[in-house]
Ligand binder design. Structure first.
Ligand code: ZN
Length: 282
């Protein structure tokens, strides 16, 4: 384990614990933040010459349910080691029969149905270290990085995994799965997939000027899209395990093709242009 100052990265991956074991020569870095501790240490390594920081979203051993993840600390910790682009893969339920288990969908829109998660760094509330953030209302019409989406889609195609390009991810509070009525409603609204972790990760990344892209892996058909028993956790884990290797390959390829940090010129980089947040970013 090394001090945070000695480790740097420019790409962050927030995902399940199946990923960091594949980074070679991992350096474990413990980072504290003004918002408390992130889900776990950061694991720094290299993929195709890019410095990558991996953060297990649920902590090692998966002890944090989606609603107890400290999303603010996670994004802040990544930024503080130099990360400017983040890939956040997550497992989701399909809301249409054609989005069955094994589908890879790279959403371009998001609906937030979480209920009790802190969604902003700029809430006007004085931090424990005395910093006084302003109240900020950020544009969020397009929640995902267009460059990151391109890299993710190209990486999937390169691995013969025909991805769904675009769609709406609805994020629910959990930890329970949806009722049939909720699921039918989500589908009737035209939304594509449902998950529990993609938000507020996306908006907090934007608030820090980070590029954020999510890749969703469908592990089950959500309750309304399925005639049978509804979702059960065992099936979700099974489908995830069956696809984790190729998802990892896609992520690695995407990392390799993301724009160099210095070349970024997307909406994410300019999200805070002209806005006085009162907070110095790490
Ligand atoms: Zn971007």
């Amino acid at each position: 384990m090394v001090n945070a100052e000695t480790g740097t990265a420019d790409i962050g991956v927030i995902g399940g614990s199946g990923f960091y074991s594949f980074l070679e020569d991992v350096t474990e870095v413990q980072v504290d933040t003004p918002y408390g501790a992130p889900s776990d240490s950061l694991f720094l390594g290299e993929i195709a010459g890019r410095r990558v920081a991996f953060l297990p979203r649920h902590g090692r051993g998966h002890h944090l349910p989606p609603h107890r993840i400290n999303y603010r600390a996670n994004l802040w910790a990544l930024r503080s080691v130099g990360v400017r682009q983040v890939l956040g893969p997550c497992a989701v339920g399909g809301l249409r029969p054609e989005y069955g288990p094994g589908t890879l969908l790279v959403p371009d829109q998001l609906v937030d149905r979480t209920k009790a998660r802190t969604q902003t760094y700029y809430d006007g509330e004085t931090r424990s270290d005395g910093v006084e953030p302003n109240v900020v209302h950020l544009g969020f019409a397009d929640p995902y990085c267009p460059e990151g989406r391109k890299a993710a889609l190209a990486a999937a195609r390169g691995r013969d995994w025909d991805p769904v390009d675009g769609g709406t991810l609805v994020v629910v509070e959990g930890p329970r799965f949806s009722t049939r009525a909720e699921s039918r409603w989500h589908a009737a609204m035209g939304w594509s997939v449902v998950g529990m972790t993609g938000h507020p990760e996306a908006v907090l990344a934007r608030e820090l000027g980070l590029c954020y892209t999510t890749l969703t892996l469908v592990t089950d058909l959500d309750a309304g899209a399925e005639a049978g028993e509804g979702v059960n956790h065992g099936d979700v884990l099974k489908v995830f395990a069956a696809n984790v290797d190729r998802l990892r390959s896609v992520l690695f390829d995407a990392v390799a093709t993301l724009p160099a940090t210095a070349d970024r010129d997307c909406i994410c980089v300019h999200a805070l242009d002209g806005i006085h947040t009162g907070v110095d970013l790490p």
